[in-house]
Design a protein around this ligand. Structure first.
Ligand SMILES: Nc1nc2c(ncn2[C@@H]2O[C@H](COP(=O)(O)OP(=O)(O)OP(=O)(O)O)[C@@H](O)[C@H]2O)c(=O)[nH]1
Ligand SMILES: [Mg+2]
Length: 275
């Protein structure tokens, strides 16, 4: 991880003014060929920072070839209302590997995960941050299926998503507390993800985190999941291997023995997060 790239130090124009104090939050975004989405994402995140304060933005790029890397270089040279850190890696090792690399690199106490393609609207961050930073929830999920949430997408993908949730509810009991346990948009105490290792072929960090955490307190914040407007989806098409991979992934998590053991709870308490 490079050092935070914003050139602004304490007292500079970018840190001055109300609402710009540093907050204990890192926003981790995996990026692969998102040149068309990044400028708008950055603009909308800047508006969020003006509201909630100066978070850290960790962008994890896996060898984009569409101009993303050049854009990130330009961005790092600009004064920004958040602390930018860019992790540039040469090749893709999957989304789970990318977002865990971001989570492992930050020292902030809370980590929020979101996609770069604007399907996760940054405008939901203030409510998610308010919920997780005031507690008692240790995981706050941006939810498409909680009351007030919605999805703009093709019917077959909606059905697929409902089936994925039903399977998670069936096999991983802790996920039943959430209407949308397969969401990729969530914020958690860093203690819950700090020692998670990438699992090859797996991608659902929220399921992984919940399965590992066992007794964790959760909450949902509704949001509208938009269709990807520009750029290319990295999701492989709907086929039998896709379904099989998901079933294997859920079975992997279902076998995990939750780590709600006493010393883990003590670590959470020591970090100021009630277990
Ligand atoms: N660093 C990194 N980011 C990735 C990789 N694959 C996908 N991403 C990013 O992960 C996020 C989710 O990828 P998408 O292609 O949007 O997948 P999706 O949201 O499941 O699929 P759509 O609904 O079709 O957009 C986006 O921000 C991508 O740029 C990867 O291998 N490495
Ligand atoms: Mg997407």
């Amino acid at each position: 991880m490079s050092e935070p790239a914003s050139p602004s130090g304490p007292g500079s124009a970018a840190t001055a003014g109300p609402g710009r104090e540093t907050i204990d939050l890192a926003v981790v975004v995996p990026v692969l060929d998102e040149r068309e989405n990044l400028p708008r994402l950055v603009e909308r995140l800047a508006e969020v920072a003006a509201t909630i304060g100066r978070f850290e933005l960790d962008l994890v790029d896996d060898g984009s070839t569409d101009g993303t890397r050049e854009y990130l270089g330009e961005l790092a040279a600009r004064p920004l209302p958040f602390d930018l850190a860019v992790l540039s890696r040469e090749r893709s090792r999957g989304v789970l590997d990318a977002i865990l690399a971001g989570a492992h690199a930050t020292r902030r106490s809370f980590v929020l995960f979101m996609d770069a393609d604007l399907q996760h609207p940054p405008e939901a961050i203030p409510a998610m941050w308010a919920a997780v930073s005031t507690g008692p929830a240790q995981v706050v999920v941006g939810s498409r299926h909680a009351p007030g949430g919605s999805v703009a997408r093709l019917a077959w993908r909606g059905l697929l998503s409902r089936g994925a949730i039903a399977l998670a509810h069936l096999l991983i009991p802790v996920t039943r507390r959430l209407a949308d346990p397969v969401s990729g948009y969530f914020v958690a105490s860093r203690m819950l993800v700090a020692d998670l290792r990438p699992l090859p072929g797996r991608c659902k960090l929220l399921l992984y985190t919940l399965a590992m955490s066992g007794s964790v307190r959760v909450e949902e914040v509704p949001f509208r999941f938009e269709e990807r407007a520009v750029g290319t989806s990295k999701l492989v098409g709907f086929d039998a291997s896709f379904l099989l991979r998901y079933v294997i992934e859920v079975l992997t998590y279902a076998k995990i023995r939750p780590r709600n053991r006493p010393e883990f709870r003590r670590r959470l308490a020591a970090a100021g997060t009630p277990a």
